[in-house]
Structure formats: structure tokens, C-alpha cells
Design a protein around this ligand. Structure first.
Ligand SMILES: C[S@@+](CC[C@H](N)C(=O)[O-])C[C@H]1O[C@@H](n2cnc3c(N)ncnc32)[C@H](O)[C@@H]1O
Length: 246
């Protein structure tokens, strides 16, 4: 059983498209913030692409070739169905593969030497794929080492948990952009806290939230986008997303 993909995930994503639309729009905005010259590498490698439920076809069309990898046997066909026609229409080649991309990520990366790599909402899920927190942390660290010297981005869960019911007319907090706290001079630290405090209050969290173990992922000074994802009516994920140069 795949704890972060599979049939249940696809059904849930299909039914949730309307509720997730603002999150998809925020993610599209972040995707388009990738340095423009990176598309000149020609290829995008998406790890954990699933069916691309949260993916923006328009952004994909900037590449000459899009390669997806997911361990979920449903993912490749569904990704082709959702994005294949839009990519074909503008001449972008699409290859969808089904295998474990993380156990030997270095090998997968060697097969796509110039590609920009997108870890697409996979790293925050790894704690569900391992029997212990330390095993998940070890794999996240290995992934980061493998990416050294590459152009890559990651969208991933930072925290998730229950929320209060949203009063009518009051939406989720808008996307926020911040530097990593360690990258900030001391005088700016308060500003950072205030920004994210505003964001996290907007999530209307209830009870304890789950830590998805991705705190150390980005190098210092990476601009990070914070995005709310109302996974179900009273359960929300706090996503973080960033681009890292070679
Ligand atoms: C939350 S879903 C990703 C959602 C996707 N980005 C979208 O827009 O629909 C996480 C995905 O990671 C995949 N995954 C988990 N471990 C994997 C691994 N070792 N190799 C490849 N894919 C993996 C799961 O099968 C699942 O499809």
C-alpha cells in the first residue's frame, strides 16, 4: 500500500478540485517564479508527479521535454490524461515512468544530466513511507546530498493538522514569501516572525499539528513560499516551496 498515492489519493484529489483551486493557483505562481533561464536546459524531471493534480500545464509547456517518475502505478497514465494534450499541442515531449525514484535518486539523476529537478510534494510525505522518523530523516538528507550541483525545486508539506471551521466569506491566508530564518540578519528576525505569524493565524489551527520533517531542506537564503492547502474541509497542510540553484 502506498501511503501518499494510490487510488484513494486520486479519488480524493479528483473530488477536491474546487476546494484546492486557490492552492493550485498559488503553486502555479511559485512555479512561474523559477529563474526563467533554467528552461534553457530543455528538460524538467518531476519526482512524485502523481497525476499532476496540482500542476500547471502552462508552466510545463516552457520545457522541451517533461519526464515524470512516480512509484504509483496509476500515476503515469493519469498524468498523460491530464497534461498530455496540452504538452503535445506545443511540441513538449512527455515521458512518464513508474518506479521508486528515491532509493537510488543519484542513478535517476544521472539518467537526466541536464534536467531541472522538481520534487513535487513528495519529501513531506516520507515520514509515512518509513517505520521511524529517523529513517525518514535519513532519506531526506540523502536526497539533499544527491541534489548537490543540480538546479532543483521542492514543494512539500511543512506541517499539517486540524483547523476550525472557516466563517463564511473568510478564506485561507494568501501565499507568503520569506527567506529562511537563518538567512536573516538579526534586525529582520522580528519581521520574519510577524509575517509567518500572520500566515499561521490565518490557518485557524486547532490542536497539535504534525511536523513533516522538512525544516532543514533548503539551504540558507533560499526564498521560501508558504502556501495553505485545505486538504479536506477541516484538515489543512502548510506547504513550503523553493528553488535552489546549482
Ligand atoms: C502527495 S503525492 C504528489 C502529488 C502530485 N505532485 C500532484 O500534483 O498530484 C506524493 C507522490 O509521491 C509518490 N512517491 C512516494 N514515494 C516515492 C518514491 N520513492 N518514488 C517515486 N514516487 C514516490 C507517491 O506515489 C505520490 O504519488
Amino acid at each position: 500500500m502506498n501511503p501518499s498515492g494510490g487510488l484513494f489519493w486520486h479519488l480524493h484529489a479528483w473530488r477536491s478540485q474546487k476546494r484546492w483551486a486557490p492552492t493550485r493557483a498559488d503553486i502555479a505562481q511559485w512555479l512561474h517564479s523559477m529563474p526563467a533561464h533554467w528552461t534553457s536546459s530543455g528538460e524538467l524531471l518531476i519526482v512524485g508527479a502523481s497525476a499532476g493534480w496540482m500542476m500547471d500545464s502552462v508552466w510545463l509547456r516552457g520545457f522541451q521535454r517533461v519526464t515524470t517518475v512516480d512509484i504509483d502505478p496509476w500515476a503515469a497514465n493519469l498524468f498523460r490524461r491530464r497534461h498530455g494534450a496540452a504538452l503535445k499541442a506545443c511540441g513538449t515531449a512527455l515521458d512518464c515512468h513508474t518506479h521508486d525514484a528515491l532509493t537510488d535518486l543519484s542513478q535517476t539523476l544521472r539518467s537526466h544530466p541536464g534536467a531541472v529537478v522538481l520534487l513535487d510534494n513528495i519529501l513531506g510525505q516520507l515520514r509515512f513511507h518509513h517505520p521511524s522518523v529517523s529513517a525518514a530523516c535519513t532519506q531526506i538528507t540523502q536526497v539533499m546530498h544527491s541534489l548537490h550541483g543540480r538546479r532543483w525545486g521542492s514543494l512539500h508539506d511543512a506541517f499539517s493538522g486540524r483547523t476550525q471551521r472557516f466563517p463564511r466569506g473568510l478564506g485561507l491566508p494568501a501565499m507568503q514569501r520569506s527567506e529562511q530564518p537563518t538567512a536573516r540578519p538579526a534586525s529582520d528576525a522580528d519581521q520574519y516572525t510577524v509575517d509567518l505569524g500572520h500566515f499561521s493565524q490565518g490557518l485557524r489551527a486547532e490542536g497539535e499539528w504534525l511536523d513533516h520533517l522538512t525544516e532543514q531542506l533548503f539551504p540558507a537564503q533560499t526564498p521560501v513560499h508558504h502556501i495553505a492547502w485545505p486538504y479536506s474541509p477541516r484538515y489543512c497542510h502548510w506547504l513550503q516551496a523553493g528553488w535552489v540553484g546549482a
